[in-house]
Write a protein that binds this ligand. Structure first.
Ligand SMILES: C[S@@+](CC[C@H](N)C(=O)[O-])C[C@H]1O[C@@H](n2cnc3c(N)ncnc32)[C@H](O)[C@@H]1O
Length: 254
């Protein structure tokens, strides 16, 4: 039983249009470039693959990509585009995909959709389980915006535009949060509200989860292009590696 919200058919149907800015070449190309380099000649596995925003262009580069996706309607959207990107409908914390991968990755903050620490640790372990020796796990994740949350303020806006207003609310005790979206529907003034729930994780907590999964820290940058990660970075791309040879440090990777 997963703690994640399950995305419905209506949400899946409008995903590509509403996420159009994330399909822009300047956003997507650096991610696909790095992931293709890390996969090398081996296969890649995307956790929370969605409609294939990243997987499809990666497959276009000749990488064999598989996916795990919780929402059947999201997986159906991907299957409508491609039949050479196999998807298991299931939970990225627990589901298994046949094969051994040189790369497992989860992008666009999707690991936060797992809303308990135990499931997030299980997700790291599941990544390690699917990797061959020397394989890498890549996570793209935002840094929780709570530096912008002074005492007494309940919400942090992340986008304020003509068509869309979005803000996050946080529970600082449980590390739970909710993203609230208000999207204008047309010119009649009507607005559609939607919300998605997450558990926020600091980079250091990610490193500990990786360590528990038997993965070694390799690199953290602020973005896909390799900009240095600093105290002001709002997101990170982090890479951990499954050790080659006899297991060192960390816990079991079974
Ligand atoms: C922001 S979308 C990202 C989709 C795609 N990776 C992309 O970059 O466009 C988040 C995705 O995570 C999926 N998801 C949420 N919880 C999940 C879970 N526990 N296991 C697998 N997928 C999950 C959602 O159904 C959704 O497709």
């Amino acid at each position: 039983m997963t703690s994640s919200d399950v995305w419905d058919a209506a949400t899946a149907g409008r995903y590509d249009e509403e996420a159009a800015h994330m399909f822009a070449p300047e956003v997507l190309d650096p991610a696909v470039d790095l992931l293709a380099r890390l996969a090398g000649d081996g296969p890649a596995l995307e956790f929370a693959i969605g409609t294939g925003r990243v997987a499809v262009p990666l497959a276009d580069r000749g990488v064999r990509v598989s996916g795990i996706e919780l929402s059947a309607p999201m997986a159906d959207q991907l299957r409508g585009k491609r039949d050479d990107v196999p998807v298991v409908v299931g939970d990225m914390a627990t589901s298994a995909v046949p094969g051994e991968f040189s790369l497992v990755y989860v992008v666009w903050n999707s690991i936060g959709n797992l809303r308990t620490q135990a499931e997030q640790v299980a997700c790291f372990r599941n990544a390690a389980r699917h990797l061959g020796q020397g394989g890498r796990f890549v996570v793209e994740l935002w840094v929780p915006g709570i530096r912008r949350l002074p005492p007494g303020q309940a919400a942090v806006p992340f986008h304020v535009g003509r068509r869309h207003v979005g803000f996050d609310t946080y529970d600082l005790v449980t590390q739970q949060g909710t993203s609230h979206h208000y999207v204008r529907q047309g010119d009649d003034g009507s607005v559609r509200y939607s919300a998605s729930n997450f558990r926020y994780i600091w980079p250091a907590e990610c490193d500990l989860m990786a360590q528990l999964a038997g993965l070694e820290f390799e690199r953290r940058t602020a973005d896909w292009s390799g900009e240095p990660f600093t105290g002001d970075s709002e997101s990170h791309v982090s890479i951990w590696r499954k050790p080659s040879g006899p297991e060192r440090g960390g816990g079991s990777v079974r």
